[in-house]
Write a new protein. Structure first.
Length: 622
């Protein structure tokens, strides 16, 4: 796990050296163990290393192949690198690292080598003969990589703040990304919060040569390879899930440094810990955040799981006062504005302080096994899809009646559903996930493209293949495309790497995803919370864990924003109100309505505005 950066197209080596050093310095939190640079004519690479596998300095990066033709900078982990390495007999390996394996595999197979990798990665390889840059991102988008392309210059990095440190990129805000952020808590798809800075899409690679950049897809969750598995037998499905998840966990336990697991006491984290305990000869280190306040505390469940699987458990008491004290640091750690990052920051920090460098997480269980309410909600809505054959005029009349009778957020969402022109997954799903209405955004700013919806656009491009999937799997695609990739995984990366902690996510093994996506709804629909997953792992998980009330990791934000954080929030709202693209008068009234208890305004609507202004101020963005 590391930080990578690079520049292509600058002819002045001294200037390239100065810039790449500044960019790499901005990533120092991602890699405290080593720093490296590679600067030649037309190319400059930078790297910060968090050493996990093969701690020898010979594996430091940027890494050069034996011939000197290729240079590489890489962030992530390749869990099956030993297996792929065994297929390469015509390369003289000097290290035992996954880094060198990537370079050797690229030399042998070209871009097709990506199909062989199991892992999380952002990879950049420079061919000094062809003067070509190859850049790739893992299938699910666990590891980030941003890029900026202007004429014959190409800049890339693991983080936006490193891109800005180059001085090559105008600090202009991306209005479409603001709309995505206020709707979905983060910029979506290829967009970033900075104009003309993009994310390389998950499951793609790009080639930059002679000023041209072309992106190709090597994996698409909605266009999965045909599996010969027969999905008609429930017992067989459960056995296959157990096998794939166990293999995934085993791969992710590969480490030359201390590792552990996050253990909340929920189904997902408990399942991961159960499998880790089976696969290890020594007790697993587990970490959970506990509270004095009973409404947030899950320690009874995490302790139960710890005792059952004999883990070396580390409950970490977190008082609200400590969380509030850490909030400025958490906000400063945000590489891109997000509505849900501080929680991840605090957990990562206390885990790193306990001496752990790698932690496995249960993230992904809800997405694959229908754990979120949206799975049941869309199943129910789908039963009434014929309703959208009623003329839109009639439906919009019903929407108007709702406007008179209801004034909370749920009613606003129902009104939006009734107003849709047609029933289609690419329209229904984004509406369920939206936090703001177009009318509200239009009042906040007349300059924003409020009808823009990146998630709808992305889903529409793959609608033919998505519609062939079972409905619950369609929702999984929506989740992974939107909220999971752009909020949960991005938060996990930027907030864990702020403390130089690597987080691994076994549920996002692509082989497991491919199998679960193909499961018919009759087996996957949750009879109780994530029943298919529970029964696949049976009898490992205690009933007390399986049938407990889902709590989640949350804090009393609404209370804090009206009390302890009121002055801070008001300062940021006023700052945003002074920006030209926003309607200052409306923003201040919006804030005042929230303070007075307006039910249409949920706390996150306000918090997103606060976070946005704080990020813009911190990064000096126009």
């Amino acid at each position: 796990m590391c930080g990578i950066t690079g520049i292509i197209g600058l002819s002045d080596k001294k200037r390239s050296t100065d810039i790449i050093q500044k960019m790499t310095l901005a990533l120092q939190h991602r890699g405290p163990d080593a720093e490296g640079h590679y600067v030649e004519e037309e190319v400059a690479f930078g790297h910060r290393r968090l050493a996990i596998i093969d701690l020898n300095p010979s594996s430091n990066q940027p890494f050069i192949d034996n011939s000197g033709r290729y240079a590489m900078t890489f962030n992530g982990e390749i869990y099956n690198f030993k297996k792929v390495k065994s297929e390469i007999s015509d390369y003289d390996f000097k290290t035992n690292s996954d880094t060198e394996l990537i370079l050797a595999a690229y030399i042998k197979w070209g871009p097709a080598f990506l199909q062989k990798l199991n892992g999380m990665f952002a990879i950049a390889i420079w061919d000094n003969v062809e003067k070509t840059l190859f850049i790739a991102r893992d299938r699910v988008g666990i590891k980030p990589v941003y890029y900026y392309h202007q004429d014959k210059q190409f800049v890339f990095s693991s983080e936006i703040r490193s891109m800005l440190a180059s001085g090559l990129i105008p600090r202009k805000i991306n209005k479409k990304a603001i709309v995505d952020f206020l709707n979905y808590q983060a910029p979506q798809g290829a967009n970033s919060i900075i104009e003309n800075v993009f994310q390389l899409p998950a499951g793609t690679f790009g080639i930059f040569k002679e000023g041209a950049f072309k992106i190709e897809q090597f994996w698409n969750i909605s266009e999965l390879p045909t599996d010969s598995f027969e999905y008609g037998n429930e017992a067989g499905i459960q056995k296959r899930i157990e096998s794939l998840l166990k293999e995934s966990v085993q791969r992710r336990m590969l480490s030359d440094v201390p590792f552990g697991a996050f253990l909340s006491g929920g189904i997902d984290s408990s399942g991961i810990v159960a499998l880790m305990a089976e696969l290890s000869d020594n007790p697993i280190n587990t970490f959970s955040v506990v509270f004095n306040e009973k409404e947030y505390d899950e320690s009874a469940y995490s302790t139960l799981v710890s005792k059952k699987f004999n883990t070396d458990h580390h409950p970490i008491l977190l008082k609200p006062e400590r969380f509030l004290e850490e909030l400025p640091a958490a906000l400063a750690a945000m590489d891109s504005p997000t509505g849900d990052g501080p929680n991840s920051y605090v957990v990562s920090k206390v885990t790193k302080e306990a001496g752990i460098t790698v932690a496995l997480s249960g993230l992904g269980g809800d997405e694959l096994f229908a754990g979120y309410p949206v799975f049941k909600q869309l199943t129910s809505i789908n039963k009434y899809r014929q309703f959208w054959s009623i003329p839109s005029v009639v439906r919009k009349m019903g929407s108007g009646i709702l406007a008179l009778r209801g004034k909370d957020h749920k009613t606003e969402r129902l009104r939006s559903l009734l107003s849709l022109d047609e029933y289609s997954f690419e329209k229904i799903y984004p509406t369920f996930r939206k936090l703001s209405s177009s009318s509200t955004l239009g009042n906040i700013s007349k300059a924003l493209p409020v009808e823009h919806n990146s998630i709808e656009e992305i889903l529409k491009k793959s609608s033919t293949s998505i519609n062939k999937l079972p409905l619950l799997s369609q929702v999984t695609v929506g989740e992974l495309t939107g909220y999971t990739q752009n909020v949960l995984l991005r938060d996990t990366d930027q907030m864990s790497m702020a403390s130089a902690l690597e987080v691994r996510v076994p549920f996002f093994d692509h082989e497991l995803i491919e199998f679960v996506i193909g499961i018919p709804d009759k087996f996957k629909y949750p009879k109780y919370s994530k029943s298919l997953l529970v029964e696949s792992l049976s009898p490992r998980l205690p009933d007390e864990i399986v049938h407990r009330k889902k709590m989640g990791f949350s804090f009393p934000w609404q209370h804090w924003m009206k009390n302890e954080l009121k002055d801070f929030c008001e300062e940021k709202i006023r700052g945003l109100a002074e920006r030209e693209i926003f309607n200052g008068d409306y923003l201040l009234k919006y804030w005042d309505s929230f303070l007075k208890g307006d039910k249409k305004i949920i706390w996150v609507n306000i918090w997103l505005l606060v976070v946005l202004e704080n990020w813009l101020q911190t990064n000096d963005i126009d």
